[in-house]
Write a protein that binds this ligand. Structure first.
Ligand code: SF4
Length: 339
């Protein structure tokens, strides 16, 4: 089958730290294999912030779990190439992959409260990383844990070292998770919906913290979210996923000002705006296809207001729109009015 061209950083940007090529992830089920990610290719430059946008079930989290080596096989099956610094993660031994996790690539999950161990103090959970992975003594690991808690702006860090996760708010738990993820100075941080469970003010604080830490450390950040507003604030480049494929990618300004794909346009129209307060909020009709029930042709065609005959039969591949590094997977790219 033909594959998409690669979605990559704009010209002039440094060589890729992470280079994902034709990544496919499927799961064996009693009803046969189900494709969660259908062949995606993208790159991440050192220090870059890349946003990955999509509704739940779009394959955005599963694809990044594959990068982290978190897909269990069986029932999962991962193919393609995931090059980190030129080395294919998929060909590494389990031991090497474990070493890569945390040391080089780290992940922060949506629900910090349940990701933390409720029976261990936050200090024990952070210092454990230093003790087990860096061989620090218990005292040294605790000292480093306090430094890290200070760095992620947990007030009175030394006093709260021996508190349990249930004594922390959701936002503070997320800071603890971020501290744990940063303990080994990774070069890539993957943040999967890191602010979804938090209220708006705390969301802003966590995103500001991630941006600040990124500037300080020079790490690259992959931000997975369904929230375009969050991406617009922190990322320079984003890709939009639908039904396991990338349907559009480009720099943030282009995506917001000149989105080419009807799905991206729908997402942008669905964003709450100050100037339409009180008016009815637009929403894309229908729902994404369930796993294992992918429609033929363009997976978005049952929901697309522009669908034509070809859309129901032929899968559209990513193609250049003519703007630098802007790609769209739509048969009508360049032929739709700016609505
Ligand atoms: Fe809509 Fe067809 Fe484009 Fe798919 S390929 S987004 S159905 S116009």
């Amino acid at each position: 089958m033909a594959t998409d061209i690669r979605t990559a950083a704009p010209k002039g940007q440094t060589e890729a730290l992470l280079d994902v090529r034709d990544l496919k992830v499927s799961f064996q089920t009693p009803h046969g294999p189900v494709n969660a990610v259908g062949g995606v290719s993208w790159t991440l430059a050192p220090g870059e912030t890349l946003g990955i946008i999509g509704e739940s079930g779009s394959g955005k989290s599963v694809g990044l779990e594959a990068v982290m080596g978190l897909i269990k096989s069986p029932p999962g099956h991962v193919s393609g190439e995931i090059l980190f610094d030129g080395h294919d993660i998929l060909k590494m031994s389990a031991r090497k992959r474990r070493a890569l996790r945390g040391d080089e690539i780290s992940m922060v999950f949506q629900d910090a409260m349940s990701a933390l161990n409720p029976s261990l103090t936050v200090g024990a959970q952070i210092s454990e990383v230093y003790h087990l992975r860096r061989g620090c003594s218990r005292d040294e690991a605790r000292r480093k844990a306090v430094e890290l808690m200070d760095r992620v702006k947990i007030p009175s860090a030394r006093m709260r070292l021996d508190a349990y996760p249930h004594e922390f708010s959701g936002g503070m738990c997320q800071r603890v998770m971020i501290a744990t993820a940063l303990a080994l100075d990774p070069r890539v941080l993957i943040a999967d919906e890191p602010t979804t469970a938090l209220d708006v003010t705390v969301q802003r604080q966590i995103m500001a913290l991630l941006s600040e830490l990124q500037r300080e450390t020079g790490m690259a950040l992959v931000l997975i979210t369904h929230d375009l507003g969050v991406v617009a604030e922190v990322a320079r480049r984003a890709m939009v996923m639908y039904a396991g494929r990338i349907v559009e990618s480009g720099d943030i300004e282009t995506l917001f000002d000149a989105a080419a794909h009807p799905y991206t346009r729908g997402l942008i129209r669905s964003m709450p705006r100050i100037d339409t307060r009180g008016g009815e909020l637009y929403s894309i009709g229908g729902t994404p296809p369930a796993a294992g029930q992918m429609p033929p042709g363009c997976a978005f065609h049952p929901r697309c207001p522009h669908a034509v005959e070809m859309c129901r039969a032929t899968l559209p591949l990513l193609q250049a729109t003519g703007k630098d590094a802007h790609l769209s997977a739509c048969h009508l790219t360049g032929k739709l009015d700016n609505d």
